[in-house]
Design a protein around this ligand. Structure first.
Ligand SMILES: Nc1ncnc2c1ncn2[C@@H]1O[C@H](COP(=O)(O)OP(=O)(O)OP(=O)(O)O)[C@@H](O)[C@H]1O
Ligand SMILES: [Mg+2]
Length: 531
């Protein structure tokens, strides 16, 4: 199923759930009239001393309560279910979208997955479900109240709406305080992650106290803004409640007047009084949930930003039918970010050619690698790949030795294969080739790596990255600093592997000894293209 189809089917499931929630919420909302009817009728029956019908009444109402409770139980389960569906969808969309847009900052997405979705659940999903329920209860009960006495019923409706002015007065204010808290919490969350990731750097440079102070200040700010956001909601609630008390007293007073002029029995007034509360209370709650929803605008915007990023995936590569054995050609290429840092770079590579691109630190080597992989946008010129090399995804025929090696929690075997299947014999052979001889055994393949397990040295990580790459049969290797940080023996071992690779290699290095540089088919110095 494509992502679009999946989104459509999720929408259908959510709408269906909402309809069911509205149906069962409606039955549950009958609770608002069952008690008032029972109490009112009982009062009138008892005052007329009709005890046998009173008992029949009790049995009928018992059945009604069973129906309402069963419906409430189903309504709750449906509410939990819709939360699960939406949470799962939002989280998977955030990851899905990162797939297509690696330029989105990962910290933003992590914050979305860890924090924003929880807020979305509390402030939006729950509010929508409760809002539907409250409106249903208000409408059902109002209908009942109007039936007892239309004038009094309509008066209750008008009085019930007095507190409804509150959300409009507080709307902007609440939205601003939510926004302020959101920004402050994001900053706190980002700095906390950095504190743990960079703990040893901070400790070694003796800046622990400074970082802790900064974190404390950010925490203080975030908590103050959280308090302020909730306090603002309480202010709004306080004003609503005052207006609500006023409208209840006015309603009761009017009811007493109607009894005094003989238009209402005492039982009917009791029913009206109890039921009126079930009109005004849900109206007040609807106001609060509407408040909640109105103040959640920034939250909805931040969700939209993450899950429906409209940016198109980058496509720098033009497939080309070369007449000779050329596999790629860069013509007048400009590489960089907002501004170009490398310009007018032109070169081509033919089948099995070994090309060295060298340049000082920070000149733009990794930038070129990422651009050739469609991970960064090409700023000018063209990149052409032969039809035999070009594929979708681009990685089908191109292998990359990244500058940084990521070790995942799992076994050495998992770290090499990343979930794919390769024959054990090939894996052991590759481990020997890259010089990880001490790990070239079936036993060692099951050794656990990653957090809290065995840790590889810097050089071993480089070799693991190379082994990962050589295990896969690629036509072109893009090597981003294979030789950095290796001792003499490992250096020539890795160098030999690169030069003997059967396909094309573009090796980008910042420091290659002249004796080794000579052995490449072509050497490109980046200095002349740097701005
Ligand atoms: N996301 C980014 N936005 C803006 N500028 C960036 C970004 N990433 C890197 N740069 C800048 O682009 C320049 C080139 O970076 P790049 O990582 O390509 O250098 P490099 O040649 O690979 O360096 P090294 O040898 O240290 O790995 C640097 O000055 C860097 O600060
Ligand atoms: Mg680099």
């Amino acid at each position: 199923m494509t992502n679009k189809q999946a989104n459509k089917s999720i929408r259908r499931v959510v709408v269906l759930r909402l309809i069911l929630i509205a149906i069962f919420g409606g039955i549950t909302a009958l609770d608002g009239i069952i008690s008032p009817i029972l109490i009112g009728k009982l009062m009138d029956n008892i005052s007329k001393k009709e005890f046998s019908t009173s008992f029949i009444l009790l049995v009928v109402f018992l059945l009604c309560f069973v129906l309402v409770n069963t419906s409430f139980w189903i309504w709750r389960l449906l509410s939990l279910n819709i939360r699960k569906i939406i949470n799962k969808w939002l989280r998977s969309q955030a990851v899905e979208n990162y797939n297509d847009h690696p330029q989105l900052q990962s910290s933003k997405i992590l914050n979305f997955i860890n924090v924003t979705i929880k807020q979305f659940e509390n402030q939006i999903i729950d509010s929508v479900i409760m809002l539907i329920y409250c409106i249903e209860q208000a409408v059902i009960t109002l209908f009942f109240v109007i039936r007892i006495n239309p004038i009094l019923g309509l008066t209750y409706l008008i009085l019930g709406f007095i507190p409804a002015v509150v959300p409009f007065v507080f709307k902007k204010w609440l939205s601003k305080s939510t926004d302020r808290w959101n920004k402050s919490y994001q900053s706190y969350s980002l700095h906390t992650t950095e504190y743990f990731n960079g703990f040893y750097t901070i400790k070694r440079f003796e800046s622990l106290l400074i970082f802790k102070d900064k974190l404390n200040n950010l925490l203080n700010d975030a908590e103050n803004k959280y308090y302020q956001m909730d306090a603002d909601k309480e202010h709004s609630r306080f004003v609503s409640n005052l207006l609500y008390s006023l409208s209840t007293i006015l309603s009761l007073g009017l009811g007493v007047y109607f009894v005094s002029i003989g238009q209402l029995t005492a039982g009917a007034l009791m029913s009206l009084y109890l039921a009126a509360d079930r009109v005004t209370s849900p109206i007040i709650s609807s106001i609060q949930f509407t408040n909640q929803l109105l103040s959640s605008r920034p939250l909805i915007d931040s969700c939209k930003n993450i899950i429906s990023n409209k940016e198109k995936p980058i496509n720098n590569i033009v497939p080309q039918k070369f007449t000779d054995d050329t596999v790629l050609e860069i013509d007048d290429g400009s590489f960089g970010y907002d501004k170009a840092i490398i310009t007018n770079l032109s070169f081509s590579a033919s089948n099995s050619e070994k090309i060295l691109i060298s340049g000082r630190s920070g000149i733009g080597k990794t930038t070129i690698v990422k651009t050739m992989l469609n991970e960064l946008k090409l700023l000018g010129g063209s990149i052409k790949y032969s039809n035999t090399l070009y594929a979708k995804p681009i990685y089908d025929n191109i292998g990359v030795l990244a500058q940084e090696t990521t070790i995942f929690t799992g076994t050495l075997l998992f770290n090499l294969c990343l979930g794919q299947n390769y024959p054990t014999a090939s894996i052991l052979q590759v481990l020997n080739e890259v010089g990880l001889t001490k790990f070239a055994s079936e036993n060692a393949l099951n050794m656990r790596l990653g957090e809290g397990a065995n840790v590889l040295s810097g050089g071993e990580k480089r070799k693991l990255e190379l082994a990962r790459l050589l295990l896969r049969n690629k036509k072109l290797l893009l090597v981003d600093e294979a030789l950095s940080g290796l001792d003499k023996e490992s250096y020539s071992q890795v160098f030999d592997l690169i030069l003997n690779f059967p396909g094309t290699v573009i090796d980008i290095e910042h420091n290659v000894q002249p004796a080794f540089a000579k052995k490449y088919d072509k050497v490109i110095e980046l200095d002349q293209y740097a701005l």
